[in-house]
Design a protein around this ligand. Structure first.
Ligand SMILES: Nc1ncnc2c1ncn2[C@@H]1O[C@H](COP(=O)(O)OP(=O)(O)OP(=O)(O)O)[C@@H](O)[C@H]1O
Ligand SMILES: [Mg+2]
Length: 324
């Protein structure tokens, strides 16, 4: 598979604080990848860095290569082209990212019209067609309405249309359904995935929901304290976690078919800058030994996956014992 996006050794810092610590990640052409982690683990900052859209005062270092070009060093002109046509971002909270005084039609079409990718009339037609594709029945009428006249679920569909209209090759979806009701969540997710798969686009899906991510992606990267602790094919990673944090996430979720006591991970998540010299997860880890507290585990390949844990073999072994 051709690699479309490659993030290498990404660090994000504010003053002397590290917020994202050594993130490396790839997304292939037409591949869906999930970036999973608790609140504050650094998911949003990683993709904002990948779009060179970090908040003021934050600095990114490392390499972000999209289709062979380094996003962090590319020219302003190239960057504008990249943001307007190659990638798109769907946010968690659509209302916070739409101008309330502009109509839906203006909002959806302005990007492609301003960058001269499409004349206004063609953009309008294409937007209406896409609105219908994502299940908005009265597309023409909706295009003339204002954001406050639309429900949250409908507005997120509009956001999906705005993201898809320029024909981006990669979509960053940052918790796109978290703010919606559960029933609406699955519909919106299904619509987004259908569009991405039909058009052969790539997806980087950010969520705290490991089950949801596993269900909709080809590969997963699990983040903890600003760094990626495990990556692998989604089904394999969930069936057989190699990192104790992944194993803990899997044990702490409710089962749809079984009532049982949930096993929460003890302690609280930490930010990257709170981690000491050792493994950032060591304070909460049942497998931790002395060296875990003093020596940062490198990323290494095990069973065809990548994991940053000194004791991954023992983690896998103990899970095997429990299953048998
Ligand atoms: N503008 C900023 N200035 C300083 N620190 C920031 C800023 N934005 C984020 N952070 C910090 O960086 C860390 C990572 O934040 P980020 O928003 O990437 O987390 P996240 O994984 O997306 O979490 P969530 O699930 O809550 O969206 C957090 O500790 C956060 O407090
Ligand atoms: Mg976030």
């Amino acid at each position: 598979m051709n690699t479309l996006l490659e993030v290498r050794d990404l660090h994000v810092q504010v003053a002397d604080r590290t917020l994202v610590d050594d993130v490396s990640l790839t997304v292939g052409a037409a591949e869906s990848v999930g970036l999973v982690g608790e609140s504050g683990s650094g998911k949003s900052l990683s993709i904002r860095a990948a779009m060179r859209l970090l908040p003021r005062g934050l600095r990114a270092s490392g390499e972000i290569v999209f289709d062979g070009k380094d996003v962090l060093t590319t020219s302003r002109k190239e960057l504008a082209r990249y943001r307007a046509g190659e990638v798109a971002l769907i946010h968690q909270d659509p209302r916070a990212h739409i101008n309330p005084s502009r109509t839906v039609g203006q909002f959806v079409t302005e990007g492609v019209v301003d960058t001269r990718r499409m004349p206004a009339a063609q953009a309008w037609e294409a937007a209406c067609a896409l609105m219908r594709d994502v299940g908005i029945v009265d597309a023409e009428r909706r295009m003339h309405q204002y954001p406050h006249q639309l429900s949250g679920g409908l507005l997120q569909r509009v956001m999906i249309v705005a993201a898809l209209l320029p024909g981006p090759r990669l979509i960053f979806a940052d918790e796109p359904t978290t703010a919606l009701d559960v029933t609406v969540q699955s519909e919106v997710m299904a619509v987004l995935l259908e569009q991405i798969r039909e058009q052969g686009r790539s997806l980087l899906f950010l969520t705290h929901d490991l089950d949801l991510a596993a269900a909709v992606t080809d590969r997963l990267a699990v983040m903890y304290a600003g760094t990626i602790v495990e990556t692998g094919r989604s089904a394999e990673l969930c069936a057989r976690p190699l990192h104790p944090y992944t194993a803990g996430l899997l044990r702490s979720r409710p089962s749809a078919t079984q009532v049982r006591r949930l096993q929460a991970i003890p302690g609280r998540p930490i930010a990257a800058y709170e981690a000491g010299a050792g493994c950032p997860f060591s304070a909460r880890c049942a497998f931790a030994q002395e060296r875990c507290h003093s020596e940062r585990p490198p990323r290494r390949v095990l069973e065809g996956r990548e994991v940053a844990c000194h004791r991954a073999e023992e983690v896998a072994g103990s899970l095997r014992e429990r299953a048998s």
